[in-house]
Design a protein. Structure first.
Length: 595
């Protein structure tokens, strides 16, 4: 089975596909990120659906890249007969989703085998196939796929195949269109112009980026990845394009990340704003306001791409999972959890939007006031915390810190922006939270903040304390926390979230290093004046990207490979923000979440 880093992303800002190094598209959900997959070989094998396109001759070398500042993928396969180039993209959508593939003999000749074998419903069902020369339609219930080909197609059980030979300079384009089976098929696209148009669209978007500094290439690639993970009709940003890629190979920590997490809101908004993408930042802010509208008690921490609330979690028995990592989960039960920190994250995001010039919507401020009053009532309650534990609720320190952030930003909204509200009362509650966190969330023995009140466990989320303005970077308690995390949660230079063997999360122990936390440590190093160490860690993290610049959620330091869902928006957001912080040569940059 291919490693996670062997995949590259293509997408149309409503869904995405994963393309393997050998030319097999092993994951595609249509028409949305969270729709059923028609290619699910990623979580099984070729029996569960894929679109393979490969050289007939043995491949000696594979090189691939994105066309500059685009999400158009080029893969060069070298054989003894020549060089075959595959160009893959999903043009930004105007109607139904389309997947375009172009094969070209760059040098010599290239024999090519095409095998299209969709399996609808996450690999469960073959479709009914109808082939008419160079066109084929595959139907299954409400869905239909149509392949348009420059060569004759052969019918196979539940799919089609074809063989062709290209000579130097020749090329052949293929289009796969998805559409509702009850309606007419869309007009087929011309592959060449479709690829060129997609390239212009992505390049034009990236050209507006304001990011400067020594890390332009990884920053632009991260921003393009975030754009590709954006559900364009609403502005929501999904956490990843996949479900159930394991945090530990062969383990049970397998979750569905094809949804929008409120916790990521401030991180994402800041990354977009500082890079000059104000329209995307405003769309994300507006999605956030719509998603959480209603009673504060009913606010969830995660929603569907269009703001859907029902994300029922089920397990799919017929998929064996990535490298036998079971179960495969669809949906996410975290919607039913109480995560106190999310209230603070939402309020912080809306405050940062005002600070950045996105303006204030009176309706949004009324919503904020309701969230603030709710936060003032519930901040003492135990919760499942930032890591969405499936064990007993606890009084997590980070959750209380973010409650402080929510009240602090509310006070500043009144005093700085003149918005109506009882700032003095909110300030008293804010100060009470701060005192309690410092009293109960700090271990004198460890000289460090700890994971939850009364525990001695560490948690990498506490690296964010100086970045949200809870304490200044030079405070001895901040320095002590960083030192403690270095001593206990650092493994081969990368940061683990917490000790999974403690049993706090109610799951079997074991996971990889969490890449966003590793970026946060680099931020802390920089804030503490340890700039050389910050840069060294940042460069180490850049080296973990795959050959086309993508990161997953975690990294297995023993197996030396990426783990977790892929590509992970949180990792790429953290990369953008850390690159900006480190670009400030004259001392620590003011972090994106400071007051």
């Amino acid at each position: 089975m291919a490693r996670i880093e062997d995949y590259a992303l293509i997408g149309d800002t409503q869904t995405a596909a994963l393309v393997r190094r050998d030319g097999s598209i092993d994951w595609l959900c249509v028409p949305r990120f969270d729709s059923d997959a028609c290619f699910a070989a990623l979580l099984g094998d070729e029996r569960h659906g894929r679109w393979a396109m490969s050289a007939l001759a043995p491949v000696r070398e594979v090189r691939r890249r994105y066309r500059q500042d685009t999400v158009v993928l080029e893969t060069d396969m070298t054989t003894d007969e020549g060089v075959l180039r595959l160009v893959d993209c999903m043009p930004p959508r105007e109607g139904q989703p389309t997947l375009v593939r172009m094969a070209e003999a760059v040098r010599g000749s290239a024999g090519i085998r095409l095998e299209l074998a969709p399996r609808f419903g996450y690999g469960a069902s073959r479709g009914w196939v109808r082939v008419e020369g160079r066109s084929a339609v595959i139907l299954c219930g409400p869905e239909a796929l149509r392949l348009t080909s420059p060569v004759e197609l052969r019918e196979e059980p539940g799919g089609v195949s074809a063989d062709l030979v290209l000579h130097e300079g020749e090329r052949a384009g293929f289009c796969l269109d998805w559409y509702p089976s009850s309606g007419p098929a869309p007009a087929p696209s011309d592959p060449g112009p479709a690829i060129e148009q997609a390239g212009r669209w992505w390049h034009g978007w990236a050209s507006t980026c304001r990011q400067a500094g020594p890390w332009r290439e990884p920053v632009i690639r991260s921003l393009l990845t975030l754009k590709a993970l954006t559900y364009a009709p609403t502005g929501g940003v999904v956490a990843a394009a996949t479900t159930s890629l394991p945090e530990r190979l062969g383990g049970k920590r397998n979750w569905d990340y094809r949804f929008c997490w409120l916790r990521d809101a401030t991180f994402t908004l800041y990354a977009l704003m500082v890079s000059g993408f104000h329209a995307e930042a405003r769309a994300w802010r507006d999605w956030l306001v719509r998603a959480v509208a209603g009673e504060p008690e009913a606010m969830q921490n995660v929603y569907g791409p269009a703001g859907e609330r029902r994300l029922t979690e089920i397990e799919i028995a017929w998929l064996p999972g990535y490298e036998d990592s079971r179960p495969v989960r669809i949906g996410n039960a975290a919607t039913s959890q109480f995560q106190l920190d999310v209230l603070g994250e939402v309020l912080d995001c809306l405050h940062q939007a005002r600070r950045s010039g996105l303006g204030t919507d009176p309706a949004a401020w009324r919503l904020e006031q309701a969230l603030i009053e709710h936060l003032a009532k519930v901040w003492r309650e135990p919760d499942e915390g930032i890591w969405e534990i499936r064990g007993d609720r606890r009084r997590f320190t980070y959750s209380r810190v973010m409650a402080w952030v929510g009240l602090d930003r509310a006070v500043r909204a009144v005093r700085r922006f003149g918005l109506p509200g009882p700032a003095e009362r909110w300030a008293r509650i804010r100060d009470e939270i701060h005192a309690e966190v410092c009293r109960q969330g700090f271990s004198e023995r460890r000289q460090s903040f700890v994971q939850s009140f009364g525990s001695e466990e560490l948690d990498a989320s506490l690296l964010l304390l100086p970045m949200v303005g809870f304490l200044p970077p030079g405070d001895p308690r901040v320095r002590g926390t960083v030192l403690a995390i270095e001593g206990e949660l650092l493994e081969q230079g990368l940061v683990r979230r917490y000790r999974t063997g403690s049993g706090v999360d109610g799951l079997p122990a074991g996971e990889g290093a969490f890449l966003p936390c590793s970026f946060w440590l680099a931020d802390c190093y920089h804030l503490l004046g340890r700039t050389e160490e910050a840069r060294a860690l940042f460069e180490r993290l850049l080296d973990l990207r795959n050959d086309v610049g993508l990161l997953s959620e975690e990294y297995d330091t023993s197996a030396r490979r990426l783990t977790g869902n892929f590509p992970q928006a949180f990792s790429h957001v953290a990369m953008v923000n850390t690159a900006r912080n480190l670009a400030h040569e004259n001392g620590p940059a003011r972090h994106r979440r400071g007051p």
